[in-house]
Write a protein that binds this ligand. Structure first.
Ligand code: ADP
Ligand code: ZN
Length: 741
């Protein structure tokens, strides 16, 4: 026996201090160590509050990767203790592995990734209980008619009442209730808070699927029954019934007692989706997006971790919700650029959703009318099971699409709409139907200059032109939000009233429409004009009810909406996205144009799409009008393959920014010089970033290109480690799989 056993009772041994690593929401490489106070229970995944310097921050107790940063030989007694442990279930092992994976893949600080999973409890106190009353019986000293009514009600039903609920039901004042409680007729109890959303029932209504939909749904449900990870891609034209098909995958998952996550790019605007879901399942899904109130966020978050919320429909950030038992992810409009987050942690929620499903060993379903090249390639290689829905459901038909060659049918002087398009609008509104004019440009004109001296209005802190917003009488920077009143005189030559607007924005198109159709009801749908999400929702509902003849809109109107009376879609500038030199430009333009024209003809009415273009021979335009997406994608895929561009090669972009141009450029050059020599990986640049100046910061970009199986992360880590020390105002943004390159 060793001596400590003998003398343990004689000498007071110091209490053992337990030390745990905690990921804090800061851009640091790993966890910090904290002491666990006696009596506090924490385990890996526990959400805790810890002191960091003078602040208190919310973090997560960690284990495994990213956890061991406590220096060896550290004296635990010197560590600061955890302040408090939140009363919520710990993040699961699956969730912790996912956070570690995303941090390693995106080369982001793990604490910033973990932060996305625990954003809501930052505001969480203990869940507030509702104060309720239980009827105990007995007789009050004095019986008034009001008291009689209360006691009859309370005695008649053996349910707990809330104080105000009972007063309201009995038609008495609160003081009557309080008087009875004081005399012992009621006792105060605590009721659990009401659920956030009711439980969706998989068999609330019968499935609405037939023909090819049914086969498709059965195939997907089959792989859900088989269990484990699987990935399916539903490739079906707009209105083909893809939603109805994936509803069956959701129903099957609910039957198996698992939770479901539906990712949607514009969830805040798609109230009609929530209603459709409710029609099928008898309850709405929980919503998750940036427009929720903090209180609601908290409730949904708690419902998700405890398992009370069974289905969440959310924006990309919902991917980091710590579900109790997630069993299926749907990514609707999987090609949508809105899935890419380009802030702090740069990630593509579509790609990370596949990773989450793989780690959790459950199925994922990607959905699109125009799947991304990446997903198509995964379909071709057999990694995804692609299913097709080639036609619209029922008697709805896709719109007839025609190009308007703007060289042959030019608009009137000063206008932007071809006479062909104007005639089509006239015909449409004569029939009492709706026309949509799409232009993805806010404001009045993208460029304003002085007719006399040629002065252009540029943002003082960005390398971008100021855009005139005539409805608000402002010129604005679309990069940083800088705005000033539209000047009356040119700041350079002083000439009055000589400003000319170059090119169209939606406001200018609205002016032109007004001139041609003064009696039509016109709505301009542009985020800056509508302000709040609520306003946007109301306007979209008004359009769906037929309360507008002509809608002029940016991409706000492109996604997911169902406007029954919309029979004409006119694209003001089909070439707009093509000329920016980005290899994804053709794909993006094809997707956007398909989606916007897909707003027309959702009911049985005959519908048209007219696309104004100066490049009618362009493969995108040809693919759109011929309806042959296959040939277009085949070409895109083979071009990417030849150039070893994603998904046949890998890319990363590093943007180095600083307060001075020289600092940014020098640092970028230093990084380039520090790049290790690795076959199959090369560095391009540095060159001025596509936006060379943003908010006063100068930006240089390095592009790293690697072969498909190259260790991009290892390469970048080595480059950053051997590169110049980051000092002064220098910042580096690292984007793995950038959207544009
Ligand atoms: P997508 O998601 O492909 O755009 P939707 O699922 O929204 O298509 O379906 C388009 C329209 O057809 C919707 O109004 C939907 O309610 C209807 N629909 C789809 N499938 C059926 C079905 N099997 N029975 C009845 N209506 C259906
Ligand atoms: Zn600016």
């Amino acid at each position: 026996k060793d001596s400590s056993d003998l003398f343990g009772s004689l000498f007071e041994a110091p209490p053992l201090v337990r030390v745990v690593p905690v990921l804090v929401p800061l851009p640091v490489p790993g966890a910090y160590s904290y002491a666990v106070p006696e009596g506090m229970h924490v385990e890996p995944g526990s959400v805790v509050q810890v002191p960091v310097g003078p602040r208190q921050l919310i973090g997560v107790v960690w284990d495994g990767e990213n956890a061991d940063t406590a220096p060896p030989g550290l004296d635990p007694k010197k560590l600061r203790p955890i302040t408090l442990a939140f009363d919520c279930p710990p993040l699961s092992k699956e969730m912790r592995d996912f956070v570690d994976w995303v941090a390693a893949y995106t080369l982001s600080p793990p604490g910033l990734v973990a932060r996305m999973a625990i954003r809501a409890p930052a505001a969480l106190g203990p869940e507030p209980m509702v104060e309720g009353l239980r009827y105990l019986g007995g007789q009050p000293e004095r019986l008034t008619p009001a008291r009689t009514r209360v006691l009859e009600l309370a005695g008649g039903e053996d349910i707990p009442w809330t104080r105000s609920g009972l007063a309201h039901a009995a038609g008495v004042s609160l003081s009557v209730i309080d008087g009875l409680t004081a005399q012992g007729m009621f006792e105060t109890i605590f009721l659990p808070p009401p659920p956030v959303v009711a439980k969706p029932e998989p068999d609330y209504t019968a499935p609405r699927i037939e023909g090819v939909q049914k086969e498709t749904a059965e195939e997907i449900v089959g792989s859900i029954r088989a269990g484990g990870f699987s990935a399916a891609l539903i490739d079906g034209v707009t209105g083909s019934g893809k939603t109805e098909v994936y509803f069956e995958a959701i129903a099957e998952t609910l039957r198996r007692g698992k939770q479901v996550l539906i990712l949607l790019p514009e969830i805040a605007l798609t109230t009609s989706f929530l209603e459709r879901f409710e029609d099928r399942f008898g309850a709405k899904p929980g919503e998750w997006h940036s427009d929720l109130s903090p209180r609601m966020r908290e409730k949904v978050w708690r419902g998700v971790v405890t398992g009370e919320v069974r289905v969440v429909a959310g924006a990309r950030s919902a991917l980091f919700l710590p579900f109790e038992e997630l069993g299926l992810i749907i990514v609707d409009e999987e090609h949508d650029p809105a899935y890419k987050q380009e802030d702090r942690v740069f990630y593509n929620a579509r790609d990370m959703a596949v990773v989450r499903a793989r780690i959790g060993d459950f199925p994922i379903v990607l959905v699109s009318a125009t799947p991304s090249v990446e997903s198509q390639v995964n379909g071709l290689s057999g990694r995804y099971n692609t299913v097709h829905l080639p036609t619209r459901f029922g008697d709805a038909a896709l719109p007839d699409l025609h190009l308007i060659d703007m060289r042959r049918h030019p608009p009137e002087r000063g206008g932007f709409l071809s006479p062909v398009l104007i005639r089509a609008i006239a015909k449409t509104i004569e029939k009492g139907e709706q026309a949509l004019l799409f232009l993805n440009r806010r404001g009045y004109a993208p460029l304003t200059l002085c007719r006399v001296c040629g002065h252009r209005f540029q943002c003082p802190q960005c390398s971008s032109w100021l855009v005139e917003h005539r409805f608000r009488n402002q010129i604005q920077c679309h990069q940083c939000g800088y705005a000033e009143p539209t000047p009356e005189a040119c700041p350079e030559c002083g000439t009055l009233d000589h400003l000319v607007a170059c090119g169209p924005g939606v406001e200018r198109i609205a002016e032109e429409v007004e001139k041609h159709f003064p009696d039509a009801r016109t709505i301009v749908m542009s985020s800056d004009l509508l302000g709040s999400v609520k306003r946007m929702r109301l306007e979209l509902e008004a359009i769906a009810r037929g309360e507008a003849d002509i809608v002029i809109g940016t991409q706000l109107v492109a996604k997911g909406h169902n406007f029954p009376l919309m029979t004409l879609v006119g694209i003001v500038d089909s070439d707009l996205g093509l000329s920016n030199g980005d290899p994804r430009a053709a794909e993006r333009t094809f997707q956007l144009l398909s989606q916007v024209t897909g707003r027309a003809g959702r009911t049985g009415l005959k519908s048209h799409g007219l696309l104004q273009t100066f490049q009618p021979q362009h493969p995108v335009m040809q693919a759109i009008v011929s309806g042959d997406a296959g040939a277009f994608y085949e070409r895109e895929i083979s071009e990417r393959e030849r150039a070893l561009l994603p998904p046949f090669g890998r890319l990363a972009s590093l943007i180095v920014s600083a307060d001075t141009r020289a600092d940014a450029e020098n640092h970028a050059r230093g990084l380039r010089a520090a790049a290790p020599k690795v076959t199959g990986i090369s560095v391009l640049g540095p060159a001025e970033a596509p936006l060379a100046l943003v908010r006063g910061r100068h930006r240089f970009r390095l592009l790293v290109h690697g072969r498909r199986n190259s260790d991009m992360q290892g390469f970048l880590k080595a480059m950053l480690a051997h590169g110049p020390k980051q000092r002064g105002s220098v910042q580096i943004q690292l984007d793995i799989d950038p959207q544009s390159f």
